[in-house]
Every structure is written in structure tokens, then in C-alpha cells.
Design a binder for this molecule. Sequence first.
Ligand code: ATP
Ligand code: MG
Length: 216
Amino acid sequence: MISIKNLHKSYTDSSAKQTVFENASYEFNSHGVYSVVGSSGSGKTTLLNLISGLDVFDKGSIEINGKNLDTLSIEAKSALRKVDFGFGYQFHYLLENLTIHENCIAACHGQDNSHIASILNKLGIDHIKNKFPSKVSGGEKQRASIARALAKQPKILILDEPTGNLDQENSLIVQNFLLNYASENKSLVIYATHDIAFAKRADKSLNIVERSILEK
Ligand SMILES: Nc1ncnc2c1ncn2[C@@H]1O[C@H](COP(=O)(O)OP(=O)(O)OP(=O)(O)O)[C@@H](O)[C@H]1O
Ligand SMILES: [Mg+2]
């Protein structure tokens, strides 16, 4: 379960302060599929980064399975991410010196990696598994990044615009795969998207409006 309470987050540049969340609260169940929508710049990526402990907030609290992120050391946060979380980002952080397959293996941190072949196959990127990220298309990279996020079968999967670079056919392949994954593994999947049809397929859809998180 992820519990967000009275969250405040602002960015301060040399010139101006921008408040992204003000007293925002929301409680995610321990499993289920949640979409996050909101206009560009509303705070979707920021929310995912805060939940993942990759960015810090100013006030309030975020608890992940009863652990308060604010009280965890950097090492403890990193351990939590390694064990419990899988991530797929808007700008895929695949390691350029590893093949797609090796990227997936690396993401397992020495744990069971026997699911990788099936994941690559289901995502339709089996044929590029031995290629380096720089040698594949944007859409293939995006699917590779999702495969990497899923390789260790995480209980919490965080995805930032997972279908953003995909054509309709591949978008549907990824959507179906993610929804199946969540129900088969009883995982919590949270994804940000601009695709309204995809957003509606989640169990719950959250909208970031006026610095708050609202259930639609
Ligand atoms: N590192 C940063 N420093 C300063 N401002 C930032 C930083 N990251 C994000 N912002 C600002 O915070 C606001 C929220 O950004 P965020 O990336 O969370 O939006 P988003 O909803 O994901 O947008 P998009 O749909 O375009 O991906 C934006 O106005 C953005 O300019
Ligand atoms: Mg974003």
C-alpha cells in the first residue's frame, strides 16, 4: 500500500518557485491498476518520482507498505527500490553498453531472471534482444524499458507514459500485457499517460488538478 498525506512539493529555480503539489493526499491499495492523467506540466512525472523516492518533497508524508520514505536513509530507499519496485521511464534509461537482454538481466540484481524470455516475447521484441539500445527504434526501446522494469516481477510497477512512443498496435500489446501482469501477479501498477482510452482501462484513474490528486 502507498499512502500519501498532505504532500507539498515545489521546485525552486534561481528565478522562481513553482509549487507542484499542495496538501495532496491519496491512498493506493496494495494491488490494482492506477492511471495518472493531467495536463503537461501538472506533475505526473513528479508524483511518480516522489513515490519512488527518487525526488524529495517539502512537507507531508509518503508511506510505502508502512515505511515512511522521509525517515529512510538513502541506502534503505535504494534497497526498497531494488526489491519492491520496477520502473519504466519516459526517457528510457537503458544501459547503452549492455544488450536489451543483458539490460533485463541486470535489472534482476541476481534474483530469478527466468521470466525474461517470455516477457520479451510477449512484448514483441524477441528479435532485438541481442542488440544494443542505440541500434533499436524508439518504440522498441520503450518496450525494452518496460521489459526491464518487469524482469524481476516487481510488486510495485511505476511507468511514465509507457505507450508514449508506440503505434496503436504496439500500444495495445503493451496495455494488454500490463493489465494482465497486474491481475496475474496481484501487483500495484501506476502509470502516467496522455492516452485517455488507456487511462480508462485502469481500475482507478487519478487526475492531477490544481496541485491535488483527485480520483476521477
Ligand atoms: N527538476 C525540475 N526543476 C524545476 N522544475 C521542474 C523540475 N521537474 C519538473 N519541473 C516542473 O514541475 C512541473 C511538473 O513537471 P512534471 O514533469 O511532473 O509534469 P508532467 O505532468 O509529467 O508533464 P508531461 O505530461 O509533460 O510529462 C512542470 O511545470 C515542470 O516544469
Ligand atoms: Mg511527465
